[in-house]
Design a binder for this molecule. Structure first.
Ligand code: 4AD
Ligand code: MG
Length: 465
């Protein structure tokens, strides 16, 4: 009877398997050796660690082993024994070999030498097979799981908000249109505009920039919800921190004020970072060693220190007094750039900072107006190396004030009547925020380009794979 495959992570961690016959399957990382014995490092993606397979040339011919090159795929049955050599605790003494697929050394792009991250971005279809991307993708999974666990354990309900929408949540107009109209032959209204009544949904639609507005509908019914889904922004920002398609996590909680919201955000990030440190240890240690020797220290620092909480107005005073020459000059009223955020976090406080109470002009229409009439109850969480990792606020719960703001900004009522109904019928104080999932993955992996923490990045001029 054929024996069942064991994953390499289990082979390496279950000491009761030593002395038994195992079946392992995976992709070859390297082969080396001499005319008596050949050593193959096999990886199956279940762990960053390779399993050493030993081929005794008394049992296998050169001809049989010849197709075993980097990237080829194998099934090996053999006995698991304690290893004599350095670098591994156990190894498989091969008895049976099946080669599933070869990988021509002339054309397989991932040969053993270290490749640059830029090179690997061009090979995004194969880069998950490298140590670095294997580690990043396993950490990404672990963080996604931590997010669901955090909210589920606290009684939040996972709400799926639509990806196709007729409203612009952030009011920034950076939306991708969704249409089935023939772009070479557009139907026109009498005044020459595109006639969207003939489009698929009978109106103009786009991909969502945020699930928040629908999230508020959920929160004002279920009490506490979170979304976790793809978000699309057609901003032409070619930076190491922006994607055109990214994943956002948006909790929304009825009866929470801005302080509760800050507490939730801080607990949430700390939980996720701690969960990753405990559950993706090997991968984080690998990245710490390969890319950034202070990664683990930085992660522990975030877990163990309170975030600074500071009004925007105070933050501006600190920036003005810093004597630093910023590329974008600062004064009260400007939107903060990444250089300003990072100055506050990395140089001034040396801690994560939650900046609150921003000028209403630079924030979205739904934020609660403060008594000063100038600032809103916004809160951005600013992180070392990342800048803004979370953006959120207490929401304006007053129907009259919200409507006034909508009119002030000329937001069309036809898009907003349903949202305003939350304030017409049983309105309550409530708050929420959005965490950019890839920015969290950036922080936890220590990678420096957001294109390297999502399997298939979408950025301006790039939708390959
Ligand atoms: O600050 P933002 O625009 O906030 C919202 O969309 C709110 N509706 C959230 C809410 O209150 N429910 O985006 C939230 C977060 C940012 O802090 C950032 O981490 C991330 O989303 N983000 C991006 N991540 C990658 N690429 C982009 N282009 C991003 N734009 C925002
Ligand atoms: Mg923001």
């Amino acid at each position: 009877m054929a024996i069942k495959r064991t994953k390499i992570t289990d082979v390496l961690s279950d000491s009761t398997l030593i002395g038994t016959t195992v079946c392992v399957k995976g992709w070859v990382r390297t082969r080396r050796g001499n005319k008596n014995v050949q050593f193959v490092a096999l990886n199956d993606g279940s762990t960053i660690k390779n399993l050493q397979i030993v081929f005794d040339l008394g049992k296998f011919t050169d001809e049989q082993l010849k197709p075993i090159t980097t990237g080829s795929s194998l099934c090996v049955v053999g006995s698991l024994v304690e290893s004599q050599g350095k670098g591994q605790t156990c190894e498989v003494q091969a008895e049976e070999l099946t080669i599933y697929g070869t990988a021509d050394p002339e054309t397989y792009p991932l040969q053993k030498k270290g490749h640059t991250l830029e090179f690997l971005r061009e090979k995004a279809h194969l880069r998950p097979r490298t140590n670095t991307f294997g580690a990043v993708l396993r950490i990404r999974h672990t963080l996604a799981f931590a997010i669901h666990k955090f909210f589920n354990d606290r009684g939040f309900f996972y709400l799926n908000t639509p990806l196709i929408t007729a409203s612009d949540c952030e009011g920034a107009g950076a939306m991708f249109q969704v249409t089935t109209l023939d772009l070479n032959n557009l139907p026109r209204t009498e005044d020459g505009k595109v006639d969207y009544t003939q489009d698929f949904f009978g109106k103009q639609t786009s991909l969502t920039v945020s699930g928040q507005l629908e999230g508020e509908l959920g929160a004002t019914a279920l009490g506490a919800i979170y979304t976790f889904g793809p978000t699309f922004r057609a901003e032409n920002s070619n930076t190491p921190r922006h994607l055109s398609e990214f994943w956002m996590v948006e909790p929304e909680v009825a009866f929470n004020d801005i302080t509760d919201n800050m507490d939730l955000a801080e607990d949430f990030i700390k939980f996720c970072v701690k969960y990753a440190l405990e559950n993706a240890k090997d991968d984080i240690e690998f990245l710490n060693q390969m890319y950034d020797k202070s990664l683990i220290e930085r992660l522990n620092f975030v877990i163990n220190n309170d975030f600074v909480r500071l009004p925007y107005t105070e933050g501006i005073k600190i920036l003005e007094a810093s004597g630093k020459k910023f590329e974008f000059p600062v004064s009260w009223g400007v939107d903060l750039q990444s250089e300003h955020e990072r100055y506050l976090v990395e140089e001034h406080f040396k801690k994560p900072v939650i900046l609150t109470d921003y000028p209403k002009e630079i924030k979205a229409f739904y934020m609660k107006l403060n008594d000063d009439g100038k600032t809103v109850r916004a809160m951005d969480v600013l992180f070392p190396t990342i800048g803004e990792i979370i953006g959120g606020s207490e929401r304006e719960e007053s129907y009259d004030k919200l409507l006034a703001r909508i009119n002030e900004l000329n937001i069309p009522m036809k898009d907003m009547w349903w949202y305003l109904d939350t304030r017409r019928f049983g309105t309550v104080p409530h708050s929420g925020f959005g965490l950019g999932f890839e920015r969290l993955v950036l922080f936890v992996t220590g990678m420096t380009n957001i294109r390297d923490v999502i399997p298939f990045p979408r950025t301006p001029n790039n939708a390959e794979f």
